[in-house]
Design a binder for this molecule. Structure first.
Ligand code: NAI
Ligand code: MG
Length: 343
């Protein structure tokens, strides 16, 4: 049976790491039909839009979407945000895990950040007003960001966080918010969290303000099992957490909804290194593993993840961000070899 995958490379290192991801998928004993679709800066220069309707259609018709990374286009909404909203992938799952063989701040971390993906400040719901004086000259500019938090979205993201905790055999779920200042919006978020928590009496719960969470991530990150938070906070906390365990080159993510899944590394298009084929593909390959799990191909998900872990632990082939001299596809080919060893 052919598994239809929407393949959106994007631009910058998005192209390099997607090539690596596709090479790994093509090496395993499953049949994929990759449908290529455009998005990002280059797409905007060519088509006048950062995400054509056709791309959204292809993603909606696929079993899952593999997304590389894009470069932002000034004045345009981010195409990945559009895609997440169009496909209603309301949860962004960002696992944070220490790897053997990686020189990082903490070598014993294993937690999951569950980020609400459809609303909050990150949805880019903004407007701008010019304030004029009596003679009609502009005396000020007022920019407004609308932070919409609904009970429905907060409850469904909390429920998913608890379900993930059960699946991963985790003891606790922590809600990160700022309800002392954002009393209304994060009031709803926190209240929804504790309402859903009642359905999961066997899972411990607590909540921290997001600023304190940031500090605890540095001082006692081992305490965390699952963190559930709103869109922008999740974006920030997950990049910071990636820094605890070896950087963006190792951080995967999955955007999950009831009907669709989009899998992408946490990192962006890295213009500082793009074009040299030295980007680390591991974040993408771990995202590929998450995609395989989503497709109920647990056997292969495990093989891809274990192969990545083994290649990191052996440390023979690695890209410059990890102190090596190898190229993106060298690492991908090493992972492919390791998958064959494991089978
Ligand atoms: P970035 O994630 O692209 O890069 C941050 C730093 O990490 C850079 O020094 C980069 O070289 C390094 N890095 C990232 N991924 C790496 C990898 N796989 N291997 C080795 N080193 C890696 O973030 P930045 O520089 O803030 O943004 C660059 C562009 O990407 C911007 O236009 C931004 O808007 C966009 N972006 C896109 C995202 C997406 O497509 N989902 C997510 C984040 C940013
Ligand atoms: Mg980010």
């Amino acid at each position: 049976m052919m598994i239809k995958i929407a393949r959106i490379d994007g631009d910058g290192i998005g192209k390099e790491v997607t090539e690596a991801g596709v090479a790994v998928l093509e090496s395993i004993d499953l049949n994929f039909d990759f449908i290529e679709a455009e998005a990002g800066r280059e797409c905007f220069e060519k088509n006048g839009t950062t995400i054509p309707e056709e791309t959204i259609k292809i993603a909606k018709n696929a079993k899952a979407t593999l997304f590389g990374a894009i470069t932002s286009t000034p004045g345009q909404k981010s195409p990945i945000i559009t895609l997440r909203q169009e496909l209603d992938t309301y949860a962004n799952l960002r696992p944070i895990k220490s790897f053997k063989g990686i020189n990082c701040l903490f070598d014993d971390l294993d937690f999951l950040i569950v980020r609400e993906n459809t609303e909050g400040l990150y949805s880019g719901n903004e407007s701008i007003e010019e304030i004029k004086s009596e003679d009609n000259s502009i005396i000020d500019k007022k920019a407004i960001a609308h932070r919409v938090i609904t009970k429905k979205a907060s409850e469904r993201i909390s429920k998913l966080a608890f379900e993930e905790a059960i699946k991963l055999n985790k003891e606790s779920v922590t809600c990160a918010h700022k309800a002392n200042v954002l009393k209304k919006t994060d009031g709803v978020f926190k209240e929804s969290f504790y309402k859903v928590a009642k359905d999961y009496p066997n899972i411990k719960t607590n909540d921290y303000y997001v600023d304190a969470t940031a500090m605890y991530l540095l001082t006692k990150p081992q305490e965390f099992d699952v963190i559930v938070t709103s869109n922008l906070f999740g974006d920030i906390l997950s990049d910071a957490s990636a820094g605890l365990v070896g950087g963006l080159g190792l951080a995967p993510s999955g955007n999950i909804g009831d009907e669709h899944g989009i899998f992408e590394p946490v990192h962006g298009s890295a213009p500082d290194i793009a074009g040299n084929n030295i980007s680390n593909p591991i974040a993408m390959l771990l995202s590929v593993s998450m995609m395989l799990e989503y497709l109920n191909e647990d056997y292969w998900a495990d093989k891809v993840r274990t192969a990545c872990e083994n290649v990191l632990e052996k440390g023979k082939v690695k890209t410059p961000d990890l102190g090596g001299n190898d190229k993106t596809m060298d690492v991908a080919n090493e992972v492919i070899k390791e998958i064959k060893n494991l089978c």
